[in-house]
Ligand binder design. Structure first.
Ligand SMILES: [Zn+2]
Length: 362
């Protein structure tokens, strides 16, 4: 009955889809560890590390008010309903099907959400936040189960070890391309006296991106792709010579690798983004790379594939992208970027995106 009840509504809107490499076995306990719907209208969640979450919105109809629901892997021990207050009618925790947990927030009929403003954001490896609405002052009292802000230090270590094991075989699983056919320029951002962004614990963008670029280059060469780097050590190279080298040597594609910093060095700002300047090829290359780097950075927000007017992607004649592999100033990203194993994973992801693009576009 519960199943039909959810399936009988045909138009729901997925809010965001976050895919991670690791998923929990079907019969395990619910990945939802704690939640809190706060009086400011924000829903916070704590999950098992590396959980896969799907969030949906459904407009009100004759039977229900506006609803938002989030699906988690694993089953609840005790499905339950919790009475809301003010503009929140009810909160339900259920089992829509085997091996799944669903958290439903149903609003009162007169409370309308704006689905285009809903975005589920990973703020830590096991913490999530979604701003549902703004409640009028004192109209809603926080409802929660468990503690959403419990420390996560131990789970971080465990996940890193798991991922190392899961990924160690992947390095040989990159897609093949025709040997000797393609030529790629890799551009490690900054260098020498220009260190780029400086992050937590003195983590320097220039070091991070040079290491990642070196590994990308090695992986592509192993696949028979010709690669040149705009710099191979800690030297300062102006932007113009980087572009000029790619244009003069007629590279097939140009990939500039950077790490981000937030204004004011805010530790809660993390995420990955990839820029292109123009053309469907540039966009496709950006999409392939963005998708792959997200897979190796669970919980770090997807800031998307975007158009950018950066010199190195604007002035290059070939499809060109600039990838930001995380925030050296962000707590979640910096903790990872300082580790070689994560830099290897990111490099692997970038190489994979590039090879997929080359296979597709030829
Ligand atoms: Zn940079």
């Amino acid at each position: 009955m519960l199943k039909n009840y959810f399936l009988s509504f045909n138009c729901f809107l997925p809010i965001i889809f976050i895919l991670n490499a690791i998923t929990l076995p079907v019969k395990s306990s619910s990945a939802l560890a704690a939640w809190s719907l706060k009086s400011n209208g924000t829903l916070e969640l704590r999950t098992k590390s590396n959980s896969k979450l799907n969030a949906y919105y459904q407009k009100s109809n004759n039977f229900f008010g506006d609803r938002v629901w989030i699906d988690f892997k694993g089953e609840l021990i005790q499905p339950r309903k919790i009475k809301g207050n003010g503009p929140v009618k009810e909160i339900r925790l259920g089992k829509p099907e085997e091996g799944k947990t669903r958290l439903v927030i149903e609003f009162a009929r007169n409370k309308k959400l704006n689905p285009y403003e809903l975005k589920l954001v990973g703020i830590d490896e096991n913490k999530w936040r979604i701003k549902l609405t703004s409640f009028q002052r004192n109209s809603f009292k926080t409802i929660r189960e468990g503690n959403v802000s419990r420390s996560t230090n131990s789970s971080f270590k465990r996940v890193d070890l798991n991922t190392i094991r899961a990924n160690s075989s992947d390095f040989s699983n990159l897609p093949n391309v025709r040997k000797g056919k393609f030529y790629v320029v890799i551009d490690p951002g900054h260098g020498g006296p220009d260190s780029g962004a400086i992050g937590i614990g003195g983590l320097r963008e220039t070091d991070v991106v040079l290491d990642v670029s070196n590994i990308v280059t090695k992986l592509l060469k192993e696949k028979g792709v010709k690669v040149r780097m705009t710099r191979t050590k800690e030297v300062d190279v102006d932007l113009y010579p980087r572009v000029d080298m790619a244009n003069k040597t007629r590279a097939d594609i140009f990939v500039s690798i950077h790490a981000n910093a937030s204004r004011g060095k805010k530790k809660n700002i993390n995420g990955l983004e990839t820029f292109y300047y123009s053309g469907w090829k540039g966009r496709l290359l950006a999409e392939k790379i963005q998708k792959e780097i997200l897979r190796v950075s669970p919980g770090s927000p997807d800031r998307g594939v975007r158009r950018g007017r950066y010199f190195v992607i604007k002035k290059t004649n070939m499809p060109a992208v600039l990838v930001e592999i995380g925030f050296v100033t962000g707590r979640l990203d910096a903790r990872r970027l300082e580790k070689r194993i994560h830099r290897k994973r990111v490099a692997y992801a970038i190489a994979k995106g590039i090879l997929q693009y080359l296979n597709r576009v030829g």
